[in-house]
Design a protein around this ligand. Structure first.
Ligand code: VG1
Ligand code: CO
Length: 543
């Protein structure tokens, strides 16, 4: 065993996006590609002697090979110890949990999250800091700058180690411990939620399907929902992580989780349905013939948080990403707490959670979480709902419609135009920005514009600022249109158009969503000329 210094050269395009560096597997498996990025992470971190790193991924194609490479590089960088999930498996929330529990200095997560996998699919790398959350922009930008100037990296020539058997081994002077992927996480969940009440719910004949989408959450859901909570075998479906996710898109929304949606619409549908994504940090909540929007889910959990033992003392605050609906803001107002509005991406919640300014956080993209860790957390959200269903004795639809009756309904939808030409997307946004100053006071399909801007954010804790986080057109009646470009895609550009309309009148709460939003959808097209710029008459995905 010896540490080698390998000569390399900068490879363009290694700037992390909304959530880490994501590229095609074919890009990541090029010589030096992964190594350059990891060495740049290590240059950014500096001396790591005596420190512990957590390492794991969502099990997608290239996961196992990447883990061996990173272990050899961590040994060369002088880490004292790496904790690796068994079989290379750790969900994003589990990495956050293990970092915090074992006081590691950080963690590397191998995942492109909801993006498809397999040899022709996507791969990704994220770095999480000692608090457990995604590295802030100051860190990801420093990593990027190192990738632009890198000339060499250091790596041990040690042979592959066994990552399938629990226990310790050694590479150079570094200890490697293969840990149970689920145990620490499951122990945390059992402290937050009323497992006795949920066990009694299942014992009473309550039925559920959890769709693991052949991604990382399957083992967690099986161990907790079937194992600890006594739900019958078969409650968790598509539970085994596969390298290509069974050829599916591990993105839990009504379009990609069509199998679950069909199950929940059948005459013999279970009482409750849920799904999670590639790396286990997203959640979709479904009742019988009833999908819950992520924005509503955040608001409902906030309004009912004290049913769960971990939140019995109430919430310190709520935080949501800017495009997420304002349903949570109404709950915050009723609770007399603050609702913070952040840019898209979980990295912006970290400072608020650390400072005790927010307890619950959420994004419209099927992401919900709390200060129990520093990531969004799919299985956690599902357990929170189970706790609420057990405590209230009500069904999903009843809980949500009663919530609307009390707070009003925020009709909400996101229209995605995927894989459009990068230049066309840039032009569309540039044209839109030029129009913003003149929009205030104009009337768009009977909605009078209150203001229109490009969202910028100053972190109230550390004062850091970011610009151009999404163009928003806010109407006097409280409805909104938001446009932004995705920072997670790997092909061309993806335009996301977010639509929100507030309806206080309960007699108007049962309209089909796209119909309720029709006037805003038309206004979004007329302001941005989406069809002209993208050549697309309709969105690729509507959620
Ligand atoms: C998307 C979502 C964003 C989420 C991010 C990472 O980003 O919109 O809310 O935080 O994915 O989620 P973008 O830039 O493509 O809109 V995950 O579960 O893919 O790590
Ligand atoms: Co994810």
């Amino acid at each position: 065993m010896a540490i080698q210094t390998v000569t390399t050269h900068p490879i363009p395009g290694q700037r992390p996006g909304t959530s880490g560096l994501r590229k095609k597997v074919t890009t990541f498996s090029q010589p030096h590609y992964l190594e350059n990025f990891i060495q740049s992470v290590f240059y950014t971190l500096g001396d790591c002697s005596g420190k512990t790193l957590v390492l794991g991924g969502d099990g997608r194609y290239h996961n196992r090979a990447a883990i061996q490479t990173i272990l050899r590089m961590a040994a060369a960088h002088g880490y004292a110890q790496v904790l690796v999930g068994q079989g290379g498996i750790l969900s994003t929330p589990a990495v956050s949990c293990v970092i915090r529990k074992r006081q590691a200095s950080g963690g590397i997560i191998l995942s492109a999250s909801h993006n498809p996998g397999g040899p022709d699919g996507d791969f990704g790398v994220k770095y999480n800091i000692a608090a457990g959350g995604p590295a802030p922009e100051s860190v990801t930008e420093a990593i990027f700058h190192h990738t632009e100037t890198i000339t060499q990296y250091r790596i041990s020539d040690a042979a592959d180690i066994d990552i399938d058997t629990l226990g310790a081994s050694q590479i150079e002077n570094m200890r490697v411990e293969v840990i149970d992927s689920v145990a620490d996480y499951a122990e945390l969940m059992a402290r937050l939620f009323d497992f006795d009440a949920i066990r009694a719910l299942f014992a009473g004949g309550f039925t559920m399907r959890f769709d693991g989408m052949h991604a990382v959450s399957g083992p967690y859901a099986k161990a907790i929902i079937e194992g600890m909570l006594g739900a019958p075998a078969g409650t968790v479906i598509n539970a085994v992580p596969l390298e290509d996710f069974g050829g599916h898109h591990p993105d839990p929304n009504p379009v990609n989780a069509a199998e679950l949606i069909a199950l929940m619409a059948a005459a013999d549908a279970p009482d409750f349905g849920a799904a999670s994504d590639g790396d286990g940090d997203r959640n979709m909540i479904v009742g019988r013939k009833f999908d819950v929007t992520p924005s509503d889910s955040l608001a409902v959990l906030a309004a009912n948080a004290t049913v769960a033992p971990g939140y019995r003392d109430g919430l310190k605050g709520i935080a949501r990403s800017m495009p997420t609906s304002r349903a949570a803001d109404r709950v915050a107002e009723a609770l007399g707490i603050q609702c913070h509005e952040t840019p898209t991406g979980w990295k912006f919640f970290g400072t608020l959670l650390d400072a005790g300014m927010a307890t619950l956080c959420g994004e419209e993209s099927y992401g919900t979480g709390s200060d129990h860790i520093r990531e969004k957390d799919g299985v956690w959200a599902v357990l929170f709902w189970l706790n609420l269903l057990a405590a209230s004795g009500k069904g999903v639809e009843q809980i949500v419609t009663e919530h609307w009756a009390r707070f009003g309904r925020h009709y909400y939808s996101r229209h995605d135009y995927e894989a459009i030409e990068t230049e066309a997307a840039r032009l569309l946004m540039a044209d839109l920005r030029i129009k913003l100053p003149a929009l205030a006071g104009t009337v768009l399909n009977a909605h009078t514009v209150d203001f229109a801007d490009d969202f910028s954010y100053t972190d109230p804790v550390d004062g850091s600022t970011v610009q151009q986080q999404g163009v928003r057109i806010v109407m006097k009646d409280g409805s909104r249109i938001v446009y932004r470009l995705s920072g997670t895609g790997t092909e061309g550009a993806t335009l996301r158009v977010y639509l929100e309309l507030f309806e206080p009148d309960p007699t108007q709460h049962q309209r089909p969503t796209q119909q309720a939003l029709a006037s805003l959808i038309a206004a979004a097209e007329s302001v941005a000329s989406i069809a002209m710029h993208t050549g697309r008459a309709t969105p690729t995905v509507i959620t």
